[in-house]
Design a protein around this ligand. Structure first.
Ligand SMILES: [Zn+2]
Ligand SMILES: [Zn+2]
Length: 353
């Protein structure tokens, strides 16, 4: 098998060739045919998250061990199962749920493996998708996709699930009746717009600094696209909300200090800002405004296995427009990360071994 690995933080990915592993125990071996390149991969290979004020959350301290094959948006075909895996269908096309927990703690028991403290996330704590093959700990994490194109299916494991999880936190009562604000029109933002369409949402006021991303958002059905650098950005957004009172819900797919602040500035009384992005930074919230504005500042981290099943069922029904996909050979893994880091990518890069 071949993989492109992080061997040193903040260095280029290195090609690693070795014999394809045999699955042991309950493991399932999947031959990868598509792997999405996610913005969080940039933070993982750089080795830290920016916590603001010069503080950093170090990946090594978080338990990331090198060498690491990144890539958590994985789809492919089942090859074989280990001796305890039970029956598996060789050749079956699957999308892989990567947010795997320890399977033993209270959090895992309630189904939120994505929030487990002893996580075994593929592409972060275990080998992932920038490879020809991946070992999945159990077949329940391999969701059959029928005849769906694996390049289409793969990004639902992170960018799809992440935006789906955020929309669920807002609730249909709000997103079906009122405009919501979506900050960031990159891969996640465009994915969010397509899911909103399929979920019967009223629409999104999209915010992005990049004119090309704003154009892409409008083409994907945004109600409006606003440049947050414009001096009247907050007023412009509030004017588009019911009675100009602000948005009942904001999804911040960037997660920088300035974007979370913008979310709080355009939020209505009783509103909610769901922070998804991991760009890094900090905000200062005057504590009296928390009760006075009855605000909810909430984080959302990917989603759980049940949510990915729900999402794939929505996608399988049809009616979810495709996000722009850019298929590139696996050998361009490093170049793809660099292009993403440079802000040159509109849509989702999918690596094809
Ligand atoms: Zn991701
Ligand atoms: Zn657990």
């Amino acid at each position: 098998m071949r993989s492109y690995d992080v061997t040193v933080f903040d260095g280029p990915l290195a090609l690693n060739e070795r014999p394809t592993p045999e699955p042991t125990g309950e493991e399932v071996l999947v031959k990868i045919t598509a792997a999405g390149v996610c913005h969080s991969d940039i933070h993982i290979c750089e080795g830290f998250y920016d916590l603001g004020s010069g503080k950093k959350l170090n990946m090594g301290e978080r338990g990331v061990k090198l060498p690491l094959t990144m890539g958590h948006e994985i789809a492919g075909e089942i090859v074989s199962g280990g001796p305890d895996a039970g029956p598996v269908k060789a050749g079956e096309k699957v999308v892989v749920f990567p947010w795997i927990g320890c399977g033993k703690c209270a959090v895992c028991a309630r189904g939120d493996e994505n929030l487990c403290l002893q996580s075994r996330f593929l592409g972060i704590f275990r080998g992932g998708g920038y490879a020809t093959h991946v070992l999945v700990p159990h077949k329940r994490y391999c969701l059959p996709i029928g005849d769906m194109d694996t390049s289409v299916a793969a990004p639902y494991a992170c960018s799809g699930l992440t935006t789906y999880g955020a929309l669920k936190k807002i609730g249909a009562k709000i997103y079906q009746k009122e405009p919501i604000v979506v900050i960031g029109a990159g891969g996640l933002g465009l994915m969010c717009l397509t899911l909103m369409k399929a979920m019967g949402a009223h629409g999104a006021i999209v915010v992005d600094v990049n004119p090309a991303s704003r154009d892409a958002a409008m083409k994907a059905g945004a109600l409006a696209a606003v440049d947050p650098k414009a001096p009247d950005a907050v007023a412009t957004i509030r004017k588009m909300t019911p009675d100009g009172a602000g948005a009942a819900a904001v999804i911040d797919l960037v997660g920088a200090g300035a974007t979370v602040q913008l979310g709080l500035d355009v939020m209505a009384r009783g509103g909610r800002v769901v922070v998804v992005g991991l760009m890094g930074g900090e905000v200062t919230v005057p504590t009296p405004t928390i009760p006075q504005r009855a605000m909810t500042l909430q984080g959302s981290y990917v989603g759980n296995l049940e949510e990915l099943k729900e999402l794939m069922a929505i996608v399988a029904k049809g009616g979810v427009p495709r996000v722009p996909l850019i298929e590139r050979p696996l050998d361009e893994a490093d170049a793809s990360l660099n292009d993403l880091r440079a802000g040159k990518v509109v849509g989702r890069i999918v690596l094809k071994p």
